[in-house]
Design a binder for this molecule. Structure first.
Ligand SMILES: Cc1cc2nc3c(=O)[nH]c(=O)nc-3n(C[C@H](O)[C@H](O)[C@H](O)COP(=O)(O)OP(=O)(O)OC[C@H]3O[C@@H](n4cnc5c(N)ncnc54)[C@H](O)[C@@H]3O)c2cc1C
Length: 421
């Protein structure tokens, strides 16, 4: 396992920036691998001498990071194992399925960064609401249904209490119906009819327009007007599975004692970290080690180093996720937290108060890369997949082929513009 000494380093490490707090010589890998890793982190050695920028880019885009290290650095097996999971956080697959062009901050690419003038510092990956993107959804709802929650700022959203009774009132222009699953969406006359299931009953609503902002791969099953060509394009979007486990603990003394905030675990199930501290308005982060905190654990089910591409690994990972019971997740959590923190006094039964397992079989939207997707073909697929069906437009982060929320917002804007002209 690998530990880093501050949470900003933790996030940078997850992103791939060389972790200055880590002493390479402390890692549990062979002597030769340590020396090689040190070289990869810090030396200016150019393993692509004499190549033009275009040639370098082409190599990096069409070579997985793992193959790059093997081919151009003759990387030791221990080095590859050590780095295997560094891309899990952002890509939900290991370094065997991510092109080197997307791992420019990882070891072995220093000279390529310099040659391609790709040396801009990435913003640290720390800006977030304490409850994640939920705050964004909550702010949207508060704006759409005035009076449903107090406040009007980014700061006051975190603790704002919502009156769920106002979500679906007949006299409001905006009505939000929870636990209502659309099962049939089609153009009827000049408008759209939607059948949905709520409480075990099928109901219908009609409207002038509809935006389908759900997963691409599901659209063919609920929108019968999609053509065979569009169905194929929609099915090309294969979401990444991933799991977040949160363990509420009564204190974080063990982390404090170890002086770490992030523990990588390349050979195990979970990477563990304490969240980057954020206080907003009345919400205060846990500033004292004797206060409770949530430990975040990330599990990314992958099928690495078997020659599978990203889509195939996502499907295989999803299948393995479906076989895991809550008990499986819990026993792994107990075992791995004991091994990570036991030495610093952590006792699961005494210190843990609760566990939540958030399992996303369909997590991140698929992001194409030149490693597996031909850019010209991909552009065609993307346009086909989000093609409007009469008065039904298609949004969701899937239609931007990128998991980030800003992309989902851009796609929503585009879909509404398609309908309103
Ligand atoms: C674990 C995880 C971590 C992430 N972290 C980040 C991050 O740090 N930064 C970032 O920018 N992005 C992050 N993302 C991505 C971000 O959450 C998405 O980009 C964003 O939520 C996409 O918004 P959306 O509206 O397109 O889709 P979604 O948020 O997926 O919303 C789609 C909604 O449609 C509903 N739905 C689906 N089918 C039906 C149906 N038939 N009938 C009715 N309702 C239906 C779903 O239940 C869901 O509520 C993360 C995603 C995951 C899974």
């Amino acid at each position: 396992m690998t530990a880093t000494h501050s949470d900003s380093e933790a996030h940078e490490t997850a992103l791939g920036v060389p972790p200055p707090g880590i002493a390479v010589e402390d890692q549990a890998i062979g002597e030769a691998a340590r020396a090689q890793l040190f070289d990869m982190y810090w030396s200016d050695r150019d393993v692509l001498p004499g190549k033009t920028s275009a040639q370098r880019r082409a190599i990096l885009e069409h070579t997985s990071y793992r193959d790059f290290l093997k081919r151009y650095w003759n990387a030791d097996e221990d080095v590859l194992k050590f780095l295997q999971t560094r891309t899990h956080d952002l890509w939900a697959v290991g370094i065997d399925a991510v092109p080197a062009s997307e791992t420019m901050n990882l070891p072995g690419l220093k000279a390529q960064r310099a040659a391609l003038k790709d040396d801009e510092e990435d913003e640290p990956y720390i800006y977030h609401f304490p409850d994640g993107n939920a705050s964004i959804a909550r702010m949207l709802v508060r704006r759409l249904i005035p009076g449903i929650a107090p406040g009007d700022s980014m700061e006051d959203i975190v603790l704002a209490r919502f009156d769920y009774g106002q979500l679906d009132l007949a006299d409001r222009p905006v009505r939000i119906r929870l636990s209502a699953t659309a099962v049939d969406v089609r153009n009827v006359g000049d408008g759209v009819e939607v059948a949905y299931v709520k409480g075990g009953k099928v109901r219908r609503v009609a409207g002038s327009d509809c935006v389908l902002a759900c997963y691409h791969a599901m659209i063919p099953y609920i929108a019968p007007e999609t053509s065979a060509e569009q169905r194929a394009a929609l099915h090309d979007s294969v979401r990444a599975p991933l799991v977040y486990v949160n363990v509420a603990v009564r204190n974080w003394h063990p982390w404090h004692r170890l002086g770490v905030a992030y523990i990588d675990n390349p050979g195990g199930t979970y990477a563990a970290h304490l969240d980057f501290p954020v206080s907003l308005d009345g919400y205060r982060f846990s500033a004292d080690p004797s206060q409770p905190i949530c430990i975040h654990l990330l599990h990314t089910p992958t099928a690495p180093n078997q020659g599978l591409n990203m889509r195939q690994q996502y499907r295989a990972g999803r299948a393995s996720l479906y076989t895991m019971s809550f008990g499986d997740f819990e026993s792994e959590v107990r075992d791995e937290l004991a091994r990570m923190l036991g030495v610093a006094g952590f006792d699961f039964d005494r210190d843990a108060a609760a566990i939540t397992v958030n399992r996303w079989p369909h997590g991140y939207a698929y992001s194409p890369t030149p490693l597996f997707d031909d850019p010209v073909q991909q552009a065609l697929i993307e346009t086909r997949a989000r093609r409007r069906l009469g008065r039904i437009a298609i949004a969701n982060s899937d239609s931007g082929w990128n998991a980030f929320t800003n992309v989902a917002i851009d796609q929503a804007h585009r879909a509404v513009a398609e309908l309103t002209g």
